[in-house]
Design a binder for this molecule. Structure first.
Ligand SMILES: N[C@@H](CCC(=O)N[C@@H](CSC=O)C(=O)NCC(=O)O)C(=O)O
Length: 426
């Protein structure tokens, strides 16, 4: 069990309602919330949050356990503060409603079906913290190679749709309950869901060999009801291009950059506190290879290492990139450069960790259609901090499929394990 603690004097100074408030967290860095005004300043308890094994999210508050979560965590016994209270199921979630007049307690915590908000109280009500809780619904748990593939769904505030994500928890997750495991994010290519790589990428044996979890996000919002979103395989559904669209038609939902970086990964970190999202690497295939490089260059130091399988390396100069950048970002090419790995690398100023890339010479998207252009990335790196650091392997006779990807998963796993500080299990 671990605790985060706001500290006895941490919130004595009132924050204006709506202000961002950070609470120090002993293990996960910082929990961010928004201050909200609940009336007169009142002496009350300090805030203590605690992870209770088996429960997704909960709070230990002045000795009383409050909890929120989806139907998976409803079995828990919740003790609430004294005074009038109600605990009910609400759309499959838990509704906590507690009040007490006089100093001490007042308020309500209410979770929507998947994304909830938990209102926590610090030593005075003026400084109450409003913490968004992202709640994952487990759709399936599938035993695989000694660990488990967990299929999750949640409501996304970024895409305003339901989003699917798969998470592979290696056997160490179950066998070593005191361990905290690094994370590899795998971004898939055009047309993929979280299932393609989960089923055909064969990361599981290597996740178990080294002891890391694998996150497989989806490639776009689904069912956003945008006219034309399902018309082609390389734009719209299955082709979100991991960016935040600025063109009006797409900008409300097609926010895969913010979704992954600001919502999904922090949400998983809050729910799976035994995964170490501060020790995380990223990889991907094709559009996902582009995505992995792009996230890595835009967020120096956030990921310990990056690799890519047949990445779209210079989307500003290929047909897939023209279609997606043009459609989502408009005609202004300066906006395209903000997402193009072969542009971003020129300005990159983070760690000079080598980057591993494999591309097959029999990949028609490489040799025939010139969609991938890995040589452009190598060329761009020559004037950058990463000069000599792009380890590009052109593999004779390999195509673009998962037969190609899974042939080199082993090399990419070893690459990331090295920078995640992992050794093979004996
Ligand atoms: N016309 C094809 C193209 C789709 C395709 O090849 N998708 C690749 C990724 S391409 C770049 O991002 C892929 O990974 N497909 C899924 C798979 O399981 O192979 C089509 O529509 O299928």
């Amino acid at each position: 069990m671990h605790c985060w603690n706001a500290g006895r004097n941490a919130h004595r100074k009132p924050h204006p309602p709506g202000a961002r408030v950070d609470i120090a967290d002993g293990r996960n860095g910082v929990l961010r919330g928004r201050a909200c005004n609940h009336g007169p300043q009142t002496k009350g308890p300090d805030l203590l949050g605690t992870e209770i094994p088996g429960h997704r999210s909960s709070l230990l508050w002045h000795g009383y356990q409050l909890s929120v979560g989806n139907s998976d965590s409803l079995q828990q016994t919740a003790k609430t503060p004294p005074g009038p209270r109600r605990i009910a199921r609400h759309n499959g979630c838990e509704l906590l409603d507690f009040n007490r007049s006089g100093p001490g307690w007042h308020g309500r915590a209410n979770t929507s079906p998947n994304v909830g908000y938990l209102i926590c109280f610090t030593s005075n009500f003026v400084n109450s913290i409003f913490i968004p809780i992202m709640s994952f619904v487990t759709q399936a748990e599938i035993r695989s190679f000694g660990g488990k593939l967990v299929k999750l769904q949640h409501d996304s505030k970024e895409t305003q749709t339901k989003m699917d994500v798969n998470l592979y928890l290696p056997e160490q997750y179950y066998e070593q309950p005191d361990s905290k495991l690094p994370v590899l994010v795998y971004l898939s290519g055009l047309t993929c869901t979280p299932n393609n790589c989960s089923e055909k990428g064969f990361w599981q044996p290597y996740a178990n060999k080294y002891g890391f979890a694998v996150v497989y996000p989806d490639t776009s919002p689904r069912g956003a009801s945008i006219e034309g979103e399902d018309e082609s395989y390389d734009f719209g559904s299955g082709a979100g291009f991991y960016l935040d669209a600025t063109e009006e038609k797409w900008s409300k939902n097609y926010r895969m950059y913010s979704y992954i970086l600001k919502e999904l990964l922090p949400g998983l970190a809050s729910s799976y506190t035994r995964l170490d999202f501060d020790n995380m690497s990223i990889t991907g295939h094709s559009m996902g290879g582009y995505g992995a490089l792009m996230f890595y260059f835009r967020n120096p130091g956030k990921f310990k290492s990056v690799s890519a399988f047949a990445p779209i390396s210079n989307p500003s100069n290929c047909a897939w990139g023209h279609k997606c950048f043009g459609g989502y970002l408009g005609a202004d090419k300066s906006k395209w450069a903000e997402y193009d790995p072969s542009e971003l690398i020129k300005k990159y100023d983070g760690p000079d960790t080598p980057i591993l890339i494999h591309t097959g010479t029999a990949d028609p998207f490489y040799f025939r259609d010139h969609q991938l252009l890995p040589e452009n990335l190598v060329k761009a790196s020559e004037d950058s901090k990463l000069k000599g650091k792009i380890d590009l392997h052109l593999e004779e006779g390999y195509d673009h499929s998962y037969y190609f990807i899974s042939s080199f998963t082993k090399d990419h796993a070893a690459h990331h394990a090295k920078y995640l500080g992992l050794s093979p299990k004996l």
